[in-house]
Every structure is written in C-alpha cells, then in structure tokens.
Write a protein that binds this ligand. Structure first.
Ligand code: MTE
Length: 320
C-alpha cells in the first residue's frame, strides 16, 4: 500500500518494485546459493523455511467460482505480498512471517451476536466443508493476481454465532503482536495497529465473501494471512484482512485502518471501480502479475453480476 505520512514513505504506484524484478532477484539468490557453497546454502535454506512452513494439504470441493483466467504462479502469490505487520516491502512478509505462531489460534466473536465467545479456529471453520474459489485479487496499487483459495463462505461462519437484527456491520481485526511482527514493533508506525477492516452486513453475507484458510490446495503460508483471512474479491485487496483474531458485530460503520490513515484516499467501501481514480493514480487499468502490459480494470473486479445490486442508488464516487 502507499503511505502519505512522511516523505520517505511517499511512494507512487510506479515506485513499487515490479514483481519480475523482485522474483528474479530472489531466483538469483537461490541459484547463487547452490553455487557458492555451504554458507550461502544456509542462507537459502532459511529463505525456504521462511516461505514454506510445512503446509498441510486441505481436502476440498471444487466449485464453480472460476474466472477462467490463468492462476498467478504460487511463487509470486507467496513472495509478492502486502502484510505491513511484517514490513512494507513486497518481499518482507515472506522473509519475516515465519515468526508468526499460527497454532493454536483462536478468534474472539463479540458485539451484537447471540453466541459471543472465544472460539478455536477448528470450531470456527468446518474443515469438512472446505471448497476452492478461484478469484481475482485487485490491489489498490493497480496490480492484480488470480488466486485459488481454499476456505468457506463467510456467511456460513457468521450465521453460526447468531448475528442480532440490530447488527448492521461486521468488523475484523488482525493480531498485533510486537514479539512476532517486526512491522508492529517498528518505531515508524505505518498504521494504527491492530489492522482493522469491516463490511456492511449484506456484503458480509454475499455469496462471494470468503474466509480462506488455504491456497493452491494447502494451508495458507504465513505471509498470506495464516491461519485465517478474509477474501472480498470485488473490493480492493486491503479489505481482505489477514490473520484474523476478532470478529465484531456492530450497528455503526466500523473504523478501518486505511480509511483512518488516509481518508481521502481509501474509503470504507473500496469497491474496485475503474471510473473512480485514486487521488494519485488512475484505477482504469492494472498490471496482472506475471503478464506483460496492462489490462483494463473491470467494474467490481468483474463480479458486477453478483454484487452490483447491493449498491443500487448509491453514489459510488462519494462512497468510494
Ligand atoms: N491484512 C493485514 N493484516 N495487513 C496488511 O498489511 N494488506 C492488504 C491485505 N490484507 C494487509 C492485509 C493488502 S493492501 C492486500 S493487496 C492484500 O492483503 C494482499 O494479500 P496477499 O499478500 O495475500 O496477496
């Protein structure tokens, strides 16, 4: 993401390292390690361990949610990330997120809900009901990927806890632990931790809203938001909050991290919209990771049919 606060953080969209450059550098490091002997191999080993915590295969059902586009290679999905709790560079999460302890994991469910409590991940997620969803992910920074997620519909989890009729929104929080997350410990506080996100209740109940526990058939790597993250494919990627520890039902629009940090740049809704530009760059097109050139950005990221009705009559320029 792009930070405005201090000069050194003031990146433009074009300053972000292109993934080809980043991934090539990484490949070069791996190749060099193989050649120059034991010391370098130790370094390479550490890099591998950082990215590939032994990840269990997750049995899952295939579903109809497939845009019919080539999935972004695993190496890019798991090494080109935004997870500011582990640093602001695209390679920081895959290098640093091995520190995250993902088991045991529990999630606090509270607010306007009949069954509040702190639930173990295994209670929250029915591992016998996992399905795959191949979704486009469009980052507000104007790059995109296609990712085969494994998880369950968000609505199936929320309904279990009995949201009350007064609950109009659902808010989410990420773990914020200085001991495990160098970005949270950092003196340069990029965001006001914990990372927070939220959805209107009808958005949360939409069939596309998804809680992912895996990708490419296996558990989520830490850098992708293990052990549980949100995936909201018609909204900019920052709505898809990682490593969730709290789900809160409320009657008021919840505060969200990027909106608090730069309200003129990042709205609560943040629906992908090629006709509403970011104040500092166009949102009309995007760079699909792994492709040359640019492709046009689609309204609601191509999910218009499933979601447009939720915004009937709303001025999407005002509610960006
Ligand atoms: N969640 C948390 N907790 N912290 C973050 O920095 N970054 C967001 C989102 N979720 C972020 C987060 C942004 S900007 C994007 S584009 C996506 O995660 C990226 O997900 P990926 O790294 O798995 O591709």
């Amino acid at each position: 993401m792009l930070i405005k606060r201090t000069k050194s953080w003031r990146l433009s969209e074009n300053d972000v390292t292109p993934e080809a450059v980043y991934l090539d550098r990484r490949r070069f490091m791996t190749g060099a390690g193989a050649l120059v002997g034991a010391a370098a191999l130790v370094g390479t080993g550490a890099l591998q361990a950082a990215t590939d915590r032994s990840l269990k295969t997750l049995p899952h059902a295939k579903t109809a949610f497939d845009p019919g586009e080539t999935p972004t290679p695993y190496d890019a999905v798991t090494n080109y990330n935004n997870f500011y709790e582990f640093g602001t560079g695209k390679g920081d999460p895959s290098e640093n997120a091995w520190r995250l302890q993902v088991a045991p994991w529990s999630v606090r469910v509270d607010g306007m809900v009949d069954k509040p409590g702190t639930y173990a991940l295994e209670d929250l997620i029915d591992y016998n009901a996992l399905e795959e969803r191949i979704y486009r992910l469009r980052c507000v920074e104007a790059w995109s990927m296609v990712i085969p997620w494994i998880g369950v519909p968000l609505s199936s989890v929320l309904k279990k806890y009995g949201p009350q009729s007064g609950a109009k929104y659902v808010a989410f929080e990420t773990l914020a632990d200085k001991d495990q997350m160098p970005g949270v410990k950092s003196f340069f506080n990029v965001l006001d931790w914990p990372y927070r996100e939220g959805l209107r209740m009808d958005e949360a109940m939409n069939e596309l809203a998804f809680l992912a526990v895996g990708l490419y058939g296996k558990e989520l790597p830490n850098q992708n938001g293990a052990p549980i993250r949100l995936v909201v494919p018609w909204k900019y990627g920052f709505k898809s909050i990682k490593s969730i520890v709290r789900i809160h039902f409320t009657d008021t629009e919840p505060k969200t991290s990027w909106n608090v940090s730069a309200p003129k740049e990042y709205g609560f809704y943040s629906n992908v919209n090629p006709t509403v530009n970011h104040p500092r760059w166009s949102q009309a097109s995007e760079r699909r990771i792994g492709e040359f050139g640019k492709r046009k950005t689609l309204m609601f990221n191509g999910y218009e049919e499933q979601v447009a009705h939720m915004y009937d009559g709303m001025d999407l320029k005002r509610y960006y």
